[in-house]
Design a protein around this ligand. Structure first.
Ligand code: PMP
Length: 386
């Protein structure tokens, strides 16, 4: 059947495509270690499972809830925003979505028109560019500097919308208050709207991240802030995200979400309620920190890769430009030769880098996978010298 021109030029997300390749190889009996995404090895918290089990046992599952999510859940999320993020809002300014991904799609959809420019810092999470393209928007890619400054921002091409990912996938950068103030002043001057994705807010290893919205008149400037249960509570499969936005934006998102998915599933809302009420797990964060340190240590002294310990998040971001700019070729050959999957930087707008999710497997597998990468890279380096 003929596929519409609208979608025909789009490709599946690089992360989805790599995941598919890993599945195929595993089905062929090849034992692949998958570092290409970061799926927590932790199960969803006990309180979450108990809350859901209780609702099932009492046969209290609801049919459709209100599209924006159950009022009780939204009230609890507002309390979370107040205590964790320093944000005051009311129940008309929040919408529960099927994951942060849906919130991102809807937020972009309702704040832009086809052809508008969307500023995205690179390296970037692949879905930002993919979503902008699906909506007929024009991604404007700019290098993410080590430090955001007024001068740096002033030099950028003006855009209708700016996407900020704080904490940042894949580098782990946590924006400082000063940087966020620069962004705030710049968007107030240029009139750009801002979408801030804070999906990794609970995976900061030292201190806390600051919400841009807490530093500004987010209703006046037009800031949409997106949150997710996926990474904070190891709940990717429950598909719960939510957005804080000016009431008219939330209303428009509701109009869009109604005919597509309606509300997020009721049981997932119950799960999210329990998760956000219990708060993020210090034990999980400590486990991730220990793995991060181990993984960085295992790469130490490897001459062909520059690997810094990230300040947040479940990824290592390795600079292999000294070895090759063709990180896609490197990742492909690595997968073939050593059955280890990493995400090549090309997928994130940064050739010459590789991204490794380090929270998915047991520690022995993490060690084994990194050993195989180092072996492969050493041989690759030796070959390219010849
Ligand atoms: N934002 C970022 C930056 C991500 O890396 C991801 C994927 N983990 C998401 C959002 C997706 O979140 P969700 O599972 O809630 O759709």
């Amino acid at each position: 059947m003929k596929i519409s021109a609208r979608i025909a030029s789009s490709r599946p997300l690089a992360t989805t495509a790599m995941h598919g390749r890993v599945e195929t190889l595993r089905n062929e009996g090849r034992p692949v270690i998958d570092f290409s995404i970061a799926i927590s090895h932790f199960p969803a918290p006990r309180v979450v499972l108990d809350a859901v089990a209780g609702v099932i046992e009492r046969q209290r599952t609801l049919p459709y809830t209100s599209v924006v999510g159950e009022l009780r859940l939204r009230r609890h999320l507002l309390a979370k925003l107040r205590s964790e993020n320093g944000l005051e809002a009311d129940s008309g300014e929040i919408i529960v979505t099927n994951g942060a991904k849906q919130a991102l799609y809807e937020a972009l959809y309702v704040t832009s028109d086809p052809g508008d420019g969307v500023l995205i810092f690179k390296p970037h999470w692949p879905a930002y560019v993919a979503t902008a393209q699906l909506l007929g928007l024009r991604p404007i890619l700019a290098d993410l500097p080590d430090e955001i400054t007024e001068e740096g921002l002033a030099a950028l091409e003006p855009a209708r919308i700016v996407i900020i990912n704080n904490p940042h996938n894949p580098t782990g950068k946590v924006y400082t208050r000063r940087e966020l103030e620069c962004i705030r002043d710049w968007v107030a001057r240029t009139g750009a709207r801002v979408i801030v994705d804070e999906s990794y807010e609970h995976l900061v290893f030292e201190g806390r991240q600051t919400s841009l919205a807490a530093l500004c008149d987010w209703r006046g400037i037009g800031v949409v802030t997106i949150f997710s249960a996926s990474q904070s509570y190891a709940m990717m499969g429950w598909r719960i995200g939510f957005a804080l936005a000016p009431a008219e934006v939330v209303q428009a998102m509701q109009t869009l979400q109604g005919p597509i998915t309606a509300a997020a599933p009721h049981l997932s809302q119950v799960a999210a309620d329990a998760a956000f009420a219990s708060g993020a797990s210090p034990a999980m964060l400590a486990d991730y920190r220990a793995r991060r340190d181990l993984a960085v240590d295992l790469f130490a002294g490897t001459p062909w890769i520059v690997m810094h310990a990230p300040d947040s998040g479940p990824y290592l971001w390795g600079d292999v430009r000294g070895l090759t700019l063709d990180s896609a070729g490197f990742a492909e050959a690595l997968l073939e030769a050593k059955q280890v999957a990493v995400l090549p930087g090309e997928a994130l707008g940064a050739p010459g880098f590789i991204r490794l999710g380090y929270i998915s497997d047991d520690v022995a597998t993490l060690r084994d996978g990194i050993r195989r990468i180092v072996e492969f890279g050493d041989a690759y380096a030796a070959k390219s010298k010849k």
